[in-house]
Each structure stands twice: as structure tokens, then as C-alpha cells.
Design a protein. Structure first.
Length: 637
């Protein structure tokens, strides 16, 4: 009797006996067999050399497939660990997962790794790739594996295995003389890793992430399908370093941070000017979209947070304070406060939807190691909003939000946007039936809006599924930005009600929505996206007037008065310095437009316009110049 295997296109291949993924690839073509990295069996990734169960659907994975990068990065970590142990005998390997764009491995070694060590490790990795060592899975008895690693002095590996149930088999992978604990799958040989990898840095870490445990050294690396992809990634990193919002924040005098307020921001006048322009723009969106702006307390008794579900699901990320023997929580989010505002009056179905908005200040107890400039902070403000509506209104509200969000992103200069649907996490509140209904509601709304989306199992909030908007910036990095979340649970927990057309009390659906998310983070992303060259309507100082000679000062002052009368923010530079020096200084601060004024411009009633990034000047009549700037600084409507 022959055995059939199905291919993704529906075709079938027959064999006389069970075969491996490699043999199936060979049957399809010799070229595919050479390119095969792994095999997907009924949707599960497996080693290509293992026998495939009869009747399975089989997909051969090559470098071109999306799954290839995960395999390559996983193997790069193992090859790095092998290289480290060859070069530095006695070093213990602990864990080495893949991460976004790369991998890391934690090592236990008394002597710290140096930059020269990283170069040597990378060179040895290249040697291991050239050796073309076979990578093969082995299944060991648990106790036998513990004894093996203890004999090698690998106490951390032995500890991991010891936590497995007695009698359970253990999966190990061997490449050359190196053997490691791993579930797999892996590439069939080290040569398949290729040359698209590079080690990037060393950092400190603790075993199990606990500062009471042994200190480890973490070596990070990046890995790609080939050298071209690697070089493009390194180019992006170099460009990202130039655009780093912390660096530009100093150069543009926007903000600073200091140790006395970790994860918090001191906004300088120019930085706060950007903030205010973003806030004014969003407030305009609120007005046009039927939102009522509200304000809730910054701290509330923990009893409310227990009732809302945050105490059980989020307390590790919250700050607390005490007064008169009562414990209060500093709010990590605005939703429970908005429910209290809703509950202050009895609502009819005719009142719905009710849309509340708040520039709500929140505090979250983020780990210090996760803080990053103004992108990841402990104190932040959201362009937060909550919609209370009936189930029948959800689709229309989500569709309207989608349209709002897409326009906002376009106005800020973002064009490459993807939509993702985050589904129920393991740690959640509510019944499965409620989650089924919530997820189905968001799917229907996205379909109604004509949106294509990707689904992300396990990534939803603890109280409901959510739609996420992911933006790619000008150098190709993806940022998760806006969100709209379907939540039938919080109205239930906090007793929100409305009276329906039959005079019966019903629970509203609560939609959590934000277009920008954290204002701090969004401004950081905005700075990096535009490399500090903000559009005139967002620039803290759109125009600087710089004189060539003091003889033009009187005319320069009249130009300033004209601009200010037109509603344009302007700064003067009447210093007795060369104009080239002035232009360089203001260009370094990313001022978009410099009006250069000398005696000739003063005599003719004109200005010479110098735009950021250009060496040329354009001489125009003052009235025309003011009109140009006034139009460009107007908040988009």
C-alpha cells in the first residue's frame, strides 16, 4: 500500500513507505532538496530530515519563506554558543532565544567579554559554518541528560532539565562536538546558516532575570537570510542612530531626563511647543468626531482597581500611595475613571453612543532596564478615549475610528500602515463566550471598513481583544501606535448601564480607543521619522529671522511683527555674527525656515528664504513669504 503526502497546492505525492521532508523535497526537484531548510507538517515546523507522518500536508521551507528567519536566528545562537565554548573553555551556556531582528545567548563566565572577543567569536562562527557540521536531534532520558550536563560542568542546563517531570524525555541537538538542550527545529547543517550574521554587543543579565541569582553575560547578534539583508539592516541601524530622538532632543533643545525622575520627562519650551501642537491637532479631531473631553482623578482607592480587574491582572505595573490608612493607586490607565463619569447619570439608549476623550496622565511601574528615552517611560499622557455604545453600534464606531486614524497618520506623514487584530491572552477576565462575541465584533467591523488585517493570537488586553495600527517609519521600522479595544467586561464589573427601548437596564459595550497612544512615545517616533526636520505646522520654531548686518535690524523687527500678526511663531537672531555661522547654528537645531535679511532685502521689502536641508535661497516679497509660512504652519483640518 502506498503512502500519500499532500502539498499546499492540493497535489499529492505517493511513496511506498514513510519518508522524510528531505526525500519529499527531492521528489519535487533536486534544486528544492538543496534549498530545503525545514519542513512544515500540518502547519508545524519540523526538522527536514525527520520522517513525516503518512497523509500529512507538507510544505518545504526554504530561505524565501517567512519561517526561515526564525530558523536562521535560532541556529545563529547555537553556532555562537559553540564558538564561545571552543574559544573560552569552561564557559557555561544558559539560554539563547531569538528576538526581533536577531538573537542572544547568556553565558556564565568570570572574565568579561571584550570587543576583541566578539570579533574572535564571530570569526569562529564563520569557521563553524564552513565546517558544514550536521545538526541532528537526539532524544535522551531526563536523568541521563542531567548527569551528562553536570559532568560537563553545565549546572544551568542541568537545572532547566531538572524542572521537567521525572521520566520525561529530553530533546537535545548536536552539531560537531557541541550539544545543547533545545526543542528545535534547526537547520540541517551549519553551512545553511550562511554569512548574514553579525555580533552586535555584550550586556549584563541575571539567571532567570532575578538580581539575586548569578550574573551572566549576554551576547547579542543579528542574523538575516544573506549578506545583502544584513548590510541593509546595519545601514538602517546607522541611520537610526543619527535619528535617535535622545540625540536630536539635545540638539533641538526639546527635553531632558535625569536620575531624580527615572522614566519621566522634563519638557523644555521648544519640546512643549511640539506637544501643544500635537495636542491641539488631536483636540480638533475630538471636536469633529463628537467626543466630549473629560478629566478624571490621578489617584483612586484600590477598591476601584480591584473591582475593575486591574488589581489581579496589572498590579505589578502600578504605583501605590497611602493616606489616612487608605491605599490608593496612581492610575496606569484612564478607563475606570471614565466609567465613573458615565455612571454619574442614568443614560437612555437614545444617548448612545457617548464618546469621552481625555489627555490622561498615567503612571506605570516599568522596569528600569526597559526605559528608553521618551519612547518607554513611567509617566506618560495618552490621547485616550472611550466610547459607550450598544452592540449594534460597534461596527459603525470602529469603522469611524479607522477612518479618523488613517487621516491622522497621513497628516503626520505616515503612509505605510498595517492593521492587526490581537486576540485573547492566557491571562484574562470574562467567559469564552464573551470573548468569542468580542472577537467576532471586531472582525465584522474591520471587514465592514474594507480593511485587510493580520491576527495575533494571545496578544489582546486582559479585558478584551483589540485592533492595533502598526506604522512603518521613513527608514522601515515598524511601530505599534493606535488601538481600539472591544470591552464588554469592564461595564459589567463597574456596573455601567443604560435603559433600552423597553425600559430595561442593559450593559453598554465599552470601546477603548487611542490614535497616537502615549504622547511622549509618539513625539519621539515623530522626531525620528522626520529626522528632526518637522513639517512647519509641527516645528516649535518655524522661522528664525537672521540679519546679515545691523543696518537691517529695524526692517527685521518689522518682519517679525508681520509674521506674529499672521499667527506664526518666530525668533530673532540679530547677533553680530557672520551669517554663515548663524545659518549653521539654526540648521543644527533643525529650524525649518530662516529668513536671511540684509540691506538689499530691507531696501526692497523682501526676504531671502533659506530652507532646512537646502543650500539655496529664494528671494521673495515679504507679503508672499508671510503667506507661504502662514499656509504651511496651519494645523491640518
Amino acid at each position: 500500500m502506498s503512502i500519500a503526502y499532500r502539498l499546499p497546492d492540493g497535489a499529492a505525492l505517493e511513496f511506498e513507505q514513510p519518508v522524510s521532508g528531505s526525500e519529499i523535497a527531492e521528489r519535487i526537484s533536486k534544486k528544492l532538496a538543496k534549498q530545503a531548510l525545514a519542513v512544515k507538517v500540518d502547519g508545524q515546523l519540523r526538522d527536514v530530515y525527520l520522517t513525516v507522518p503518512a497523509g500529512a500536508t507538507v510544505q518545504i521551507i526554504t530561505r524565501e519563506d517567512a519561517d526561515a528567519l526564525e530558523l536562521i536566528r535560532h541556529d545563529a545562537a547555537h553556532v555562537m554558543a559553540e564558538a564561545v565554548q571552543e574559544l573560552f573553555p569552561g564557559t557555561q551556556v544558559t539560554i539563547g532565544p531569538t528576538i526581533e531582528n536577531g538573537f542572544y545567548y547568556d553565558f556564565h563566565r568570570e572574565q568579561p567579554f571584550t570587543p576583541d572577543d566578539l570579533k574572535a567569536i564571530e570569526k569562529r562562527m564563520q569557521d563553524i559554518v564552513r565546517r558544514n557540521e550536521e545538526i541532528r536531534r537526539e532524544v535522551w532520558d531526563r536523568d541521563e541528560a542531567i548527569a551528562f550536563f553536570l559532568e560537563k560542568g553545565e549546572t544551568f542546563k542541568a537545572e532547566i532539565i531538572r524542572e521537567l517531570p521525572a521520566g520525561e524525555e529530553v530533546s537535545l541537538y548536536r552539531q560537531g562536538d557541541f550539544i545543547d538542550l533545545c526543542r528545535g527545529p534547526h537547520l540541517p547543517a551549519t553551512s545553511k546558516l550562511g554569512d548574514g550574521f553579525k555580533l552586535t554587543k555584550v550586556a549584563g543579565a541575571y539567571w532567570r532575570g532575578d538580581s539575586n541569582n548569578a550574573q551572566l553575560q549576554r551576547i547579542y547578534g543579528t542574523a538575516w537570510r544573506d549578506k545583502n539583508e544584513l548590510n541593509e539592516h546595519l545601514r538602517q541601524l546607522e541611520e537610526a542612530a543619527k535619528r535617535d530622538h535622545r540625540k536630536l532632543g539635545r540638539e533641538m533643545d526639546l527635553f531632558h531626563q535625569q536620575e531624580e525622575a527615572p522614566g519621566m520627562v522634563f519638557w523644555h519650551p521648544r519640546g512643549w511647543a511640539i506637544w501643544q501642537k500635537v495636542e491641539q491637532y488631536v483636540r480638533q479631531v475630538y471636536r469633529k468626531s463628537g467626543y466630549q473631553e473629560v478629566r478624571g482623578p490621578q489617584i483612586m482607592d484600590v477598591s476601584l482597581w480591584k473591582k475593575s480587574g486591574h488589581w489581579d491582572n496589572y498590579q505589578d505595573n502600578m504605583f501605590f500611595t497611602e493616606s489616612e490608612k487608605r491605599i490608593y493607586a496612581v492610575k496606569p490607565m484612564n478607563c475606570p475613571g471614565h466609567v465613573q463619569i458615565y455612571n454619574a447619570a442614568l443614560h437612555s439608549y437614545r444617548d448612545l453612543p457617548i464618546r469621552y476623550a481625555e489627555f490622561g496622565g498615567c503612571h506605570r511601574n516599568e522596569p528600569s532596564g526597559a526605559l528608553h528615552g521618551i519612547m518607554r517611560v513611567r509617566a506618560f499622557t495618552q490621547d485616550d478615549g472611550h466610547i459607550f455604545c450598544t452592540e449594534d453600534q460597534v461596527q459603525e464606531e470602529v469603522t469611524a475610528f479607522h477612518q479618523q486614524a488613517m487621516k491622522v497618520y497621513a497628516d503626520f506623514g505616515f503612509e505605510n500602515i498595517s492593521v492587526k487584530l490581537a486576540l485573547r491572552p492566557d491571562k484574562r477576565i470574562g467567559t469564552d463566550d464573551a470573548w468569542d462575541k468580542a472577537e467576532a465584533g471586531l472582525r465584522a467591523a474591520l471587514a465592514s471598513a474594507g480593511v485587510e488585517w493580520e491576527e495575533m493570537p494571545g496578544e489582546g488586553a486582559f479585558y478584551g481583544p483589540k485592533i492595533e495600527y502598526h506604522l512603518k517609519d521613513s527608514i522601515g521600522r515598524s511601530w505599534q501606535m493606535g488601538t481600539v479595544q472591544f470591552d464588554p467586561m469592564m461595564p459589567e464589573r463597574l456596573d455601567a448601564e443604560y435603559v433600552d427601548e423597553h425600559s430595561q437596564r442593559q450593559r453598554p459595550i465599552m470601546l477603548h480607543r487611542a490614535i497616537l497612544g502615549s504622547m511622549e512615545r509618539f513625539i519621539g517616533i515623530l522626531i525620528e521619522h522626520h529626522a528632526g526636520h518637522l513639517p512647519l505646522w509641527l516645528a516649535p520654531v518655524p522661522v528664525v529671522i537672521a540679519t546679515i548686518t545691523n543696518a537691517a535690524d529695524e526692517y527685521a523687527n518689522s518682519v517679525r511683527d508681520t509674521l506674529e500678526a499672521a499667527g506664526v511663531t518666530v525668533e530673532m537672531d540679530l547677533r553680530n555674527e557672520k551669517i554663515g555661522y548663524k545659518v549653521r547654528e539654526h540648521s543644527a537645531a533643525k529650524v525649518p525656515v530662516i529668513f536671511v535679511i540684509g540691506e538689499q532685502e530691507a531696501n526692497e521689502g523682501k526676504v531671502a528664504i533659506r530652507r532646512l536641508g537646502s543650500r539655496d535661497t529664494e528671494v521673495v516679497a515679504l507679503a508672499d513669504a508671510v503667506q507661504q509660512i502662514q499656509d504651511a504652519t496651519r494645523i491640518p483640518g
